[in-house]
Design a protein around this ligand. Sequence first.
Ligand code: B12
Length: 354
Amino acid sequence: MGLLNHQLSKDFHRIADFVYEKQFILDPRLNTEYNDYRKKRMYEDILHNLSFLEMGHALNDTVIFSSYADWLYKLMVNMMPDISPSRIKEQMIEHYQILKEGIHEFIHKPIERYSEMLDQAIEITKKANNDKSELPFSSSKYGIICQTYLDYLLNTKTNIAIQYVKAIRESGIGIADIYVDILQPVMVEIGEMWHRREITIDQEHYMTSTTQVVIAQFYQEIFSKERNTKKILTAAIGGELHEMGIRMVSDLFEYNGWDSIYLGGGTPKKAIMDAVLRHQPHLAAFSVTMPQHLLECKEIVENLKEAHPQIKIAVGGRAFLMTDYIWEKWPVDIYLKDAKALVAWAEQNFEDKI
Ligand code: B12
């Protein structure tokens, strides 16, 4: 969690202190269950919880916090196997109740929306269970390939993993399918395994970097395609470190003859606006994985639409799945779930076929 910056207002830092202290006073058993490391994590988690609450409030979308509450319960259960799931539920429900009190005490503006989000989180937590829902890749048309590639990564067979995906390409499976129907579900499963504490952070990082090397194997082919006259500018918004998804979007457009200008993650808002002005792309595509960056994305698309109404705007990425169809309230031309779908949409919506 330490990787995320919390741009919370001053009030929220006071609430974090209040909640942390009050939870230990009301529930002294925590002192035996939590060592110093867990206590430190707990404080970080309170800041994290507040940043999700603040984002849900700012964007007027209660689903952001309830999806997060469900994810957080599962993470806690997996991180603390010595504490029973029912006890973790008890702690979390109490935590949300104290958060409500803290907000009531320190925020001097209407707080109904915060209370509503916290009540929903309590309900979600009461019903939450940590059962593994379905077998990984059961819905993928390349299930066996996904599992084989994942097994190579789990066994750190870097060379074999890379050669394996190259051989898949040589067997005739297209790059778009390799990206979206093989590498993407494997990355999602890697995330689930991290969430379930079945792999460690270093394993997750290794598998990510190896998958980036796999992607790099295709650049010779991707960047030698015949050009059309179209241009796409892409970026992951805010301090977002998740950039593989938007990289795939850029690559598939490049593969289809577009010029792609890929800004990666962490590009400041003004720099993105300046880049759009300079390059005048036909399509600007923005990606958000962590909901904390949604507000910045909203500001960018609003400014952009106003300044350059002729430029089409697409948004996507995992954060949007954790909202109540938030993109429908924004001035964007399209939201889609994956890179292949955006290419197909562009084919229908731009004069030159891509
Ligand atoms: C790899 C990874 C990382 C890497 C990222 C490295 C990199 N160079 O990208 C690192 C280690 C940096 C990282 C950090 C963190 N991560 Co992380 N990460 C992942 C993981 C495992 C894979 C992400 C990925 O590459 N997916 C594959 C790509 C291809 O999929 P995609 O991004 O969804 O993109 C596709 C579509 O969404 C769509 N799309 C994307 N953008 C756009 C844009 C447009 C316009 C369109 C149309 C479509 C579109 O098309 C893409 C291709 O088809 C995910 C798991 C997951 N479910 O995604 C967790 C995950 C996203 N991470 C998570 C977390 C918690 C974190 C951290 C907070 C802590 C941590 N795990 O270390 C930090 C936060 C970092 C930050 N400040 O942003 C959680 C988020 C949970 C939540 N509550 O929101 C996840 C879901 C893991 C989990 N299951 O719990 N992470």
